[in-house]
Design a protein around this ligand. Structure first.
Ligand SMILES: CC(=O)SCCNC(=O)CCNC(=O)[C@H](O)C(C)(C)COP(=O)(O)OP(=O)(O)OC[C@H]1O[C@@H](n2cnc3c(N)ncnc32)[C@H](O)[C@@H]1OP(=O)(O)O
Length: 214
């Protein structure tokens, strides 16, 4: 059966991992991830059967997504051209073990420029601590630069700030608050209003930006 990539996989081979401040020991990259059985590549339409959604459920609630729903969303993302869902596969097991998404946002400002947002970063818990988190985040960060983004940002919990700082992301002074209004919970305007902007310690999110050298 023919498989479809979300985007051109060859673009990942062009990324220069020496541009990243991340310290890889030993050195690895998307083109050479350190093991013959590891593959860094764009999401494929067949990854429904490689445990992609099960992996995402280690990050947040996925729900009961059917194959049809998955394929419809995949087609929409591919048609838009602005979604770069990137995965790490353990080819021995035919299983997706890491993922991160770059979403391109098109702007009028800065001469109709584009910026990137880093979303949905996760590594299978049995594979953590082996540089794969760094590998997948650096891959999509370099991809953002390659695609012409003037900056990339992300929201994360406080405990991950150190991780993202080691990859070049910084908290911008006076401009690192993440604010959210949720529409998927029982409507309760008073509660939502109260929650906005309140620092809830370890669960609070921070906005961290990567400014790419010009
Ligand atoms: C923008 C977003 O999507 S934010 C959401 C991030 N995702 C999650 O929280 C989902 C659950 N967590 C995970 O999937 C993983 O822990 C990840 C993706 C955060 C990290 O994956 P790993 O493969 O373990 O990362 P990796 O091995 O590259 O570790 C890099 C460094 O970050 C540190 N680190 C990794 N995870 C954590 C954590 N949860 N808390 C604190 N430090 C961490 C490691 O100790 C390591 O430090 P070192 O280089 O000094 O030894």
């Amino acid at each position: 059966m023919e498989e479809t990539y979300l985007y051109d996989p060859n673009v990942l081979l062009k990324l220069d991992f020496h541009r990243s401040p991340a310290k890889f020991q030993p050195f690895i990259s998307a083109a050479s991830p350190g093991e013959t059985w590891l593959k860094v590549r764009p999401l494929k339409d067949t990854d429904f059967d490689r445990g992609f959604l099960q992996l995402l459920s280690q990050l947040t609630t996925v729900g009961n997504v059917s194959r049809t729903q998955f394929l419809t969303r995949f087609s929409q993302m591919k048609a838009s051209g602005d979604y770069f869902v990137t995965v790490i596969e353990d080819t021995r097991k035919n299983e997706i073990i890491g993922a991160a998404s770059l979403v391109i946002e098109r702007k009028f400002i800065h001469n109709c420029s584009v910026r990137g947002r880093l979303e949905d970063v996760v590594v299978n818990d049995t594979y953590r601590g082996k540089q794969l988190g760094k590998l997948i985040v650096v891959t999509v960060s370099l991809l953002a630069e390659h695609l012409g983004c003037y900056k990339m940002s992300l929201d994360c919990k406080d405990k991950l700030i150190k991780f993202y700082k080691s990859l070049g992301y910084v908290l911008l002074p006076g401009n690192s608050n993440s604010m959210t209004i949720r529409y998927d919970e029982t409507p309760n305007l008073k509660r939502n209003t109260t929650a906005l902007g309140v620092n809830t310690g370890g669960d609070a999110c921070q906005t961290v930006s990567l400014h790419l050298p010009s």
